[in-house]
Design a protein around this ligand. Sequence first.
Ligand code: ADP
Ligand code: ASP
Ligand code: MG
Length: 423
Amino acid sequence: MALFVHKYGGTSMGSTERIRNVAKRVAKWARAGHQVVVVPSAMSGETNRLLALAKDLAPARASAAFHREQDMLAATGEQASSALLAIALQAEGMEAVSYAGWQVPIRTDSSYTKARIESIDDKRVRADLDAGRVVIITGFQGIDDEGNITTLGRGGSDTSAVAVAAAMKADECLIYTDVDGVYTTDPRVVSQARRLKSVSFEEMLEMASLGSKVLQIRSVEFAGKYKVPMRVLSSFTPWDIDINEEAKSGTLITFEEDEQMEQAVVSGIAFNRDETKISVLGVPDKPGIAYQILGPVADANIEVDVIIQNISKDGRTDFSFTVNHNDHARTLELLREKVVPALGAQEVVGDTAICKVSIVGIGMRSHVGVAAKMFRVLSEEGINIQMISTSEIKTSVVIEDKYLELAVRALHKAFDLDQPAAA
Ligand code: ADP
Ligand code: ASP
Ligand code: MG
C-alpha cells in the first residue's frame, strides 16, 4: 500500500461530469489498495469570477483589509469543488471526506494573496486514511496565526498538493492537468512542442520561474526542498486506463542527473507576458544609481526582474528594469514622485508592450555559444533584443510582445525541440 497525493486543476474539475470522472479515477486508485489524498482547484473560471466581483466593489486603493476579504472570497472556490468531489466519491460508493485548509490545518504566514505555507498538521488526515477514507483537502488556501483565511497566489493548488505530499511523506504527488505532461514549450503556442518523459528539478524550477504556468514555482521549490517525487499527467485520459500505465505516464520531475534524461542542450522554452519595462532616463552617472532607484522599489515590496544600465553619454545614463504588470503603475508613480527629483534624472517611462522569452537547459553548462545562437536566431527573424539576462542554465531576452510567438517558434525549431516527424 502506498500513499498518493492527487491534484486536479480547474479544467479537470470544470463541470459535474468532469468531477464525476475525477471521482472514478480516484476510486480506482483507492480500490487498488492505495491511500489517496486529493487536492482540487476551484472549477475553471471560478477564481477569476470571484476576484472580478471583488474588484467591482473595491475601493480605489486596495488595503490589507481588502486583501483579507479577497482571500476569504477566493478560497470559497476550492471549498465548493472539494465538497463536490467528496459527494461524487460517495456516489461511487467510496467513503470520502473534505476539509478546508483551516480544518486540517494548513498554516501559512499572513501575506494575503501570496501566503507561504509554514506547517501542515496531518493527524486528522491520517486518521481518516487509516479508517479507509479518501481525504480531499482544498488547494490554494490556508490559515494564519490569527485565524484568517489566506490564499497562496494564482496556481497555488499545485503548491498545496506538493506541501501535503511533503508533510505526509507521500510516495508520489501526481499533478493531473489538461495536458499530458511538461512540454518543451507551451503546446498551445507551438503545436510541434514535445512532451518530456522526465525533466530535472533544476530545469523545472527555471521553467516555472520564467513563466511556464504548467506548475506554480513554489510547488517546484517544495518538491526540491523535501525531495517529493512529482509527476505531471493528464486528467483527460479515460478514467479506467490501466493503473500501472497511468502511474508511468506524463512527465516525472527527477532529482538525479544521471537518470535517463533527454540530453538536449536546451530542454525547453519559457515565456512570460506578465512583465513590463520601466526606464529611468538621463540619470547622472555616479556610484549608487542602482541602489537609489531600486532601493525604494524594493522597500515598496515590488519584485524586480531583468535589470540593465546603459553606458553613459555626457555624464548621463539610462537605467531600465522589468516588474510584473500588476506593479507597473505603482512603480512609475513611486519613481516619479520620489526618485526622479532626488536623483536629478530627466524622466521615467513605462513600456507594457514587452515580453520575456527564455531558453532553459542544464546542457548549457557544458556548451558554449548557446546564447549566441539564440541571438542569431532572433536577429534572423528581425526581432530586436531590448534586454538580456543569463544564468548557468538559462538565457532570457526581453523583446516586443508582438514577436512572442514568432520568437518561441523560431527558437523551438532552431534548438531541435520540434516533434520528430511521424514515420
Ligand atoms: P491546471 O488548471 O490543471 O492547474 P494550468 O492551466 O495551470 O492547469 O496549467 C496547464 C497549462 O499550462 C497547459 O494547458 C498549457 O497551456 C500550459 N503550459 C505552459 N507551458 C507549458 C509546458 N512547458 N508544458 C505543458 N504545459 C504548459
Ligand atoms: N483556483 C486557484 C487559481 O485559479 C488556484 C489553482 O487553480 O491552482 O489560481
Ligand atoms: Mg495550474
